[in-house]
Design a protein around this ligand. Structure first.
Ligand SMILES: [Zn+2]
Length: 260
């Protein structure tokens, strides 16, 4: 969810912000299973006894309204018709998810930061690594990352962005039922998937948006709601699954490399 909060509140529709809690929980549960003992200890030290990585994984969305400046930190608008990310073009003033992962990651272990600053930095990193794996958080088609594209997923009206945040995932099953198979797959491919840089991961997410999110949309005249059914779901679900699994492996790597 980007700039549609006012409209959403007027219409009485709950706004969506990046993967819904289910997606963020899955990403974080995979990462937790892959943390080193040293990283686990540091996480406990930073978060304190009452919170866990899973319990804080959607915190950044909860504070987004009070902290308007952090809104753009959840995504990067790489134009859908461009082959690559360009930080000068797509990330002005470091106001994007790619820059903020680096900034918050450094802050998390900055000895001159306060305990509260380090805790918030950790909570941002956990959330942002998840968010950037939602393909529409790394792409824009002059439609606010799909928020302006009206769709009907089976009989449920919505927009393309929220459909990818949570609409499709909620149809895939409950978090606890999805988790074991996702963890298994993430662990099997961990060595390969945890490679690369945050910039590489953003480009990969962007490619998934080009190929599947927009690429598989039925060709409707502009302005008509896109009817999304079984064919779209069959193309989208494996992408969602893999993006969540990759995000889990990569979040573990970021935390293990940072919290030594
Ligand atoms: Zn978010």
């Amino acid at each position: 969810m980007r700039k549609l909060l006012a409209a959403a509140l007027v219409c009485g529709v709950l706004p969506a912000y990046g993967w819904g809690p289910e997606g963020h929980n899955l990403v974080t549960r995979i990462a937790v299973a892959e943390l080193t003992p040293a990283a686990q200890a540091k996480v406990r030290e930073i978060l304190g006894p009452d919170q866990t990585l899973v319990s804080i994984s959607s915190w950044a969305d909860q504070v987004r309204r009070q902290r308007a400046n952090t809104g753009p930190w959840h995504y990067i608008d790489i134009p859908i018709d461009q082959p690559h990310m360009d930080m000068a073009r797509d990330c002005p003033k470091d106001d994007c998810v790619v820059a903020q992962i680096a900034i918050q990651r450094a802050l998390m272990v900055n000895p001159s930061a306060t305990a509260e600053q380090r805790k918030e930095a950790l909570m941002f990193v956990v959330h942002f690594v998840g968010d950037m794996h939602q393909p529409l958080h790394c792409s824009d088609n002059k439609d606010k990352g799909g928020n302006d594209v009206h769709v009907v997923l089976f009989d449920r009206p919505g927009n393309l962005h929220s459909t990818w945040d949570s609409g499709l995932l909620s149809r895939m099953g409950k978090e606890d039922d999805l988790f074991p198979a996702m963890l298994k797959e993430a662990q099997k491919r961990r060595k390969k998937w945890s490679k690369g840089s945050v910039a590489d991961w953003a480009e990969e997410s962007h490619k998934a948006a080009q190929k599947t999110v927009y690429g598989k949309l039925p060709p409707e005249p502009k302005g008509t709601p896109e009817p999304l059914g079984a064919a779209y779901e069959a193309a989208a679900d494996p992408v969602i699954r893999v993006q969540i699994e990759k995000a889990g492996d990569r979040l573990a790597r970021v935390l293990n490399d940072t919290l030594k």
